[in-house]
Design a protein around this ligand. Structure first.
Ligand SMILES: NC(=O)c1ccc[n+]([C@@H]2O[C@H](COP(=O)([O-])OP(=O)(O)OC[C@H]3O[C@@H](n4cnc5c(N)ncnc54)[C@H](O)[C@@H]3O)[C@@H](O)[C@H]2O)c1
Length: 396
């Protein structure tokens, strides 16, 4: 019988990271900062060269800012080696995969990895949208597979969603939770369901904001102003979509919507689709919901507090409903849903704590009002939110 290795808790365990792109290099940095020796593998030599260059630049900046001294920085870099071959991962206790988001390519890599590593090695995937269970199915021993979903930028954002597959050994999730805490992260345990916690619960932040725009209630600048100035969010939805890229954000929404068998709660918008078709992807293309670039003039919001409160309340209630529903369906417990939204997307408060603050009964009334007005399933109240409101109980 396969039992999970206890050695992993230890900084002497070698860590392998496959994929030296945006995520892989950040994960390598985190593990090396925690004292592990890390082997970063990429099939593309240029990606490895770029990863090392960017890690050196990050270390230089951290030293300049006084966040670490130069010995610590050079020590961290010396613990990261690179390779183009997965054969170099033979002595790894844990391998984290961060390659292209394609189930066939990932499955092939996991099957190849299993032939190289020891039978005690844990294999983790950083997938955002694929089923961890589906990836695990490509292994002889699927018990050793788990999702470790880091957020971008991985060294800065504290959240890691720990996602056991159906087949995962029952002791492994807790072990990974402990390891992630040792790496300075805030882990949240999530069920293997589309979007896990954050990419599911955050959908209304974008989707409801675009609905408000499409209905002509307010423009992008006013909606962003309401969410930041009145709601305390670090970025408004349209500024954030322009940062993420409308192509990427649209693809995530479409993937969650498709995975949920076209549930109207996650339905993508025509407005965003048209932006993508026009090549208005956001900052990276110089134009998205806003103009970008040196000469860009940002539009002024309509600073109407009453309108702003209506916008904030509508989006917030939809987010709270989504958070409650994630708990209802056992995606995560209430504590982890709040940890996830604060640690993965920097929300100013946990959504379920926020629900308790504003009153669960008010959230239910607002959802019922919108459901009556629009007649759409999109606005149906989560049974858990309604039940807790009726019982005059909170989530904590
Ligand atoms: N970028 C994000 O914001 C983000 C956030 C969370 C999770 N993720 C997930 O992390 C994973 C990686 O995303 P990314 O943005 O870092 O991608 P990326 O394109 O920046 O990097 C992927 C790297 O993997 C390499 N690669 C591809 N196939 C390989 C193979 N078979 N063997 C070895 N190397 C291979 C590529 O050469 C590339 O350097 C994806 O599953 C993605 O969904 C991404």
């Amino acid at each position: 019988m396969w039992t999970f290795p206890l050695l992993l808790m230890n900084a002497t365990t070698n860590i392998g990271v496959v994929g030296a792109g945006t995520m892989g290099r950040g994960i390598a940095q985190i593990a090396a900062a925690a004292g592990h020796h890390v082997t970063l593998v990429d099939q593309n030599q240029d990606a490895l060269i770029q990863a090392v260059g960017s890690l050196e630049a990050v270390m230089k900046r951290l030293v300049e800012k006084g966040r670490m001294n130069s010995e610590e920085a050079s020590g961290l870099l010396s613990r990261i080696s690179t390779s183009q071959s997965i054969e170099s991962l033979s002595d790894s206790g844990l391998v984290v995969e961060a390659i292209v988001e394609n189930v066939d390519v990932k499955s092939k890599l996991f099957a190849d990895l299993e032939k190289v590593v020891s039978d005690q090695t844990v294999l983790a995937t950083n997938t955002s949208s694929l089923s961890v269970t589906g990836i695990a199915a490509s292994l002889q021993n699927p018990k050793r597979v788990i999702g470790l979903h880091f957020f971008n930028p991985a060294p800065l954002l504290p959240l890691v969603e720990v996602v056991p597959a159906l087949q995962t050994d029952s002791g492994l999730p807790e072990m990974m939770m402990v390891l992630m805490r040792n790496w300075g992260k805030k882990p949240a345990l999530a069920k293997d369901t589309p979007g896990f916690i954050v990419n599911r619960v955050a959908r209304p932040f974008y989707g409801e904001a675009i609905r408000i725009l499409e209905e002509g209630v307010a423009d992008v600048a006013t909606i962003d102003w309401a969410m930041t100035e009145l709601g305390g969010f670090r970025m408004g939805p349209f500024t954030l979509m322009d940062l993420i890229g409308n192509d990427v954000n649209y693809a995530v929404t479409e993937s969650v919507w498709t995975s949920f068998h076209f549930d109207s709660r996650y339905q993508p918008s025509f407005a965003q689709k048209r932006n993508v078709e026009a090549g208005w992807l956001g900052r990276k293309s110089g134009k998205g919901w806003f103009e970008h670039g040196p000469d860009a003039v940002l539009p002024e919001p309509r600073r109407d507090k009453e309108l702003g409160q209506q916008i904030l309340w509508r989006i917030l209630v939809m987010l709270i409903n989504e958070a409650a529903d994630a708990v209802f369906w056992g995606v995560a417990n209430a504590e982890d849903v709040d940890v996830a939204m604060k640690g993965g997307v920097n929300y100013p408060k946990g959504l379920l704590s926020w629900a308790e603050e504003v009153g669960l009964d008010r959230c239910v009334s607002k959802l019922d009002e919108m459901k009556a007005l629009y007649g759409e399933e999109r606005y149906r109240c989560s049974p858990l939110l309604r039940k807790r409101a009726q019982e005059e109980r909170g989530f904590f």
